[in-house]
Design a protein around this ligand. Sequence first.
Ligand code: CO
Ligand code: CO
Length: 322
Amino acid sequence: MAQVLCHLPKFQDENLIVGLETSDDAAVYKIDEERGIILTLDFFTPVVDDPYMFGQIAAANSLSDVYAMGGKPVTAMNIACFPNCLPIEILTEILKGGADKVKEAGAVVVGGHTVEDDEPKFGLSVMGMVDLDKVTPNSKAQPGDLLILTKPLGLGIINTAVKADVASHGAAQKAIMTMAYLNKDAAEAAAIVGINACTDITGFGLLGHAFEMAEGSGTTIELWADLLPIISESAELAKLGIIPAGAYNNRKHLEGKLLFTSKVPQHIEDIMFDPQTSGGLLLAVAESKADQLMTLLKSRNKTECAIIGKVKAKTDYPIEIL
Ligand code: CO
Ligand code: CO
């Protein structure tokens, strides 16, 4: 995206706290001395067959960028594309799934817009609120911080396997539940303990989003490949070569930016590049608070969490993998 965005005019506004510069997915705009609003928009094509589940997943994904910024969602607007050859009930189910997730997030749907298009698409534009001293952009990671990931990886691989009809029912269900799960519990735990930086793991995969955090923060991120939380079946599928096209694009995009300091198995590498849909939060937390945060996450958060690496002073590579 950076290649496209660099051709756009630059906006300067003293109230714009977080804008386009550091590849954050959400913007933060100061509204008074204490508070900012968080603004995001995200939508995509169906990742599952069930329209109600798709609505939930797309909404959870859109809401996630507000959680990643340290805020609480307040209002949401639907954005949908829908072909006129499909029964309208399908669109109703998609919107219902989205609305139920917004409700679960404690926010309200206040409107939206649908256009006719060959392929269905759905998502939300979300507005959230945040205390300015609680904003957690991806660009504030500090050397010494530990990195915690709050959902297991492998979602893109399993979605690809489902499309090819080679995923087990159990793996498909696990992926759906993981994608539809809000990052709310993880974000609340992070806010209680206090963290330095955060991003959510979505289309660019763990390595792509970790790279943005490293670059934005002017640091190097060291990742520990054998400690990553992974949906176990995705490892088996990756070994069979079931890898989404996006993973290859992510790999290409990071050419020359990664240093592998030990031998990482090929399928684990593939999982690190795997594009996630509605993935977990990557939290950078001071080492002294990491145990407290892990304890809190284990009691509140319903997806697998793990400490997966650390932030260190900038080296020749933005990302080092052990
Ligand atoms: Co996003
Ligand atoms: Co995001």
